[in-house]
Write a protein that binds this ligand. Structure first.
Ligand code: UGA
Length: 442
């Protein structure tokens, strides 16, 4: 029955898995989310989102009410499920570019003894190409009547619920033959609503499905670094990168989205994904194909250096003893994620150079202070900017973009602002008496 509920397990309840589990339950499926982190499981089971993600709390509460969403740290809880999603993280290996697959391997090892004939194992984690083929072998070895498929996830933090329920596209990497055909039918049942609403489905092989994910993230990273390279040119020539982006963005082949010049990309995905992709290409003997990603990474990291240089310049050549206010700690707005956060890397560097830095963020202070215990954090914008000689906007939260420059001016010692995200209205800030500077602009 194509409309029937599917019994689903989700291994790994991080940003990806927790949202996936809750979203699948909201579609009417019976879902159990599994994680080794018992505190996280307790939060989720109580209907509390363990991290900030708009809309997730509501979905968790709805799942708890309907009785269709459960969480457990006991892997035996997945035995009732027929479809098992692998949603664990694949962080960057310490000191290396490659991906650390220990969570994937651990999840697969936990899953294998419980597999039944007919089960579908669905990989969602971002992995080095070739990983899925290896897992498929392991699955086949213990349960020849189970099938491994790859179904990459393209959700953005901050929009994860909407991206999961109404994705731009679905990608199914399946084996050839009847097992693959059956897998497509099961995935269409899982994603029934999106498929019925006309979401494009690309059915392909395991290899291509894994590559699609890293190709997409590499393209997005390249787009951001391209515009940031143009920002460097604008800085050298007196051009304006915001107007440049607008002008080239009107060409539909280029498109205006993901052309926001500024501090560049951070987070748990784009930086580590392009590095892992380069590392994998090296192993495959085609490193030259991805040498450009090294430049993409380098351009991105140079923006952080440039931001600190600008701050030092604004402070007359030295940051030592200067009271600096940083607005934003998360790697982007609508997230409490501080993994590889450009904002925090700039704040830490200014602090190392002797500045008296205070950082604020609407959601990420707890995560940020756990990771950067030497930085000083404040809960409110008022405390953060009071007495500041320089204000930096480093994460474009809407509440910071909407700040009234006239009011902020009454709190600071010197009305100087650096816009690291080209998000403030320069005219309004200048009209209120501020010296306004931004990356890639006059
Ligand atoms: C990214 C991709 O956008 C998702 O499609 C993908 O599924 C996800 O990685 C993943 O692999 O899991 P995410 O990391 O949540 O999503 O965040 P993005 O919205 O892509 O932003 C990444 C970084 O780029 C942020 O630091 C953001 O500030 C920066 N950015 C974004 C720019 O500097 N300029 C832009 O124009 C856009």
């Amino acid at each position: 029955d194509p409309g029937a509920a599917v019994r689903i397990s989700v291994m790994g309840c991080g940003y990806l898995g927790a949202v996936h589990a809750a979203a699948m339950a909201s579609l009417g499926h019976d879902v159990v989310g599994l994680d080794v982190d018992t505190a996280k499981v307790a939060d989720l089971a109580a209907g509390r989102a363990p991290f900030f993600e708009p809309g997730l709390g509501e979905l968790l509460a709805e799942g708890a009410r309907s009785g269709q969403l459960h969480f457990s740290s006991d892997v035996a809880a997945l035995t009732a499920a027929e479809v098992h999603f692998l949603c664990v993280g694949t962080p960057q290996r310490r000191g290396e570019n490659s991906a650390d697959l220990r969570h994937v391997d651990a999840a697969v090892a936990q899953l294998l003894p419980h597999l039944k004939p007919g089960d579908l194992v669905v990989g969602k984690s971002t992995v080095p190409v070739g990983t899925a083929e290896r897992i498929a072998e392991q699955v086949r070895a213990v349960e020849p009547a189970a099938t491994l498929v790859w179904n990459p996830e393209f959700l953005r933090e901050g929009h994860a619920v909407a991206d999961t329920l109404a994705p731009d596209r679905l990608v199914y990497g399946v084996p050839e033959g009847p097992a693959g055909e059956r897998a497509v039918a099961v995935l269409n049942r899982v994603y029934g609503k999106a498929v019925a609403e006309g979401t494009p489905v690309v059915v392909t092989d395991l290899t291509t499905a894994q590559l699609v994910k890293v190709a997409a993230n590499s393209f997005l990273a390249t787009k951001i670094s391209f515009i940031n390279a143009m920002a460097e040119l604008c800085e050298a020539t007196g051009g304006d990168v915001v107007q440049l982006a607008e002008a080239i963005g009107y060409d539909a082949r280029i498109g205006r989205r993901f052309l926001n010049a500024g501090l560049g990309f951070g987070g748990g995905c784009l930086p580590k994904d392009i590095r892992a992709f380069m590392a994998r290409a090296g192993e495959l003997g085609v490193d030259q194909a991805l040498t450009f990603l090294r430049e993409v990474d380098a351009i991105n990291m140079r923006r952080r250096v440039r931001m600190v240089d600008l701050a030092r310049e604004e402070c007359g050549g030295s940051l030592a003893g200067r009271r600096v206010a940083v607005l934003g700690a998360a790697f982007k707005p609508d997230s409490d994620d501080v993994r590889d956060s450009p904002a925090l890397s700039v704040a830490a560097q200014m602090s190392l150079q002797g500045a008296d830095v205070v950082v604020t963020d609407p959601q990420a202070i707890a995560n940020a202070s756990a990771k950067w215990p030497d930085l000083v954090f404040a809960e409110t914008v008022e405390e953060t900017v009071r007495g500041a000689e320089l204000v930096l906007l480093l994460t474009e939260w809407p509440e910071y973009v909407a700040l009234d420059p006239a009011r902020v001016r009454t709190l600071v010692r010197r009305p100087r602002v650096l816009d690291g995200r080209n998000a403030l209205d320069a005219e309004t800030w200048r009209a209120a008496g501020w010296s306004y500077r931004a990356l890639g602009r006059r």
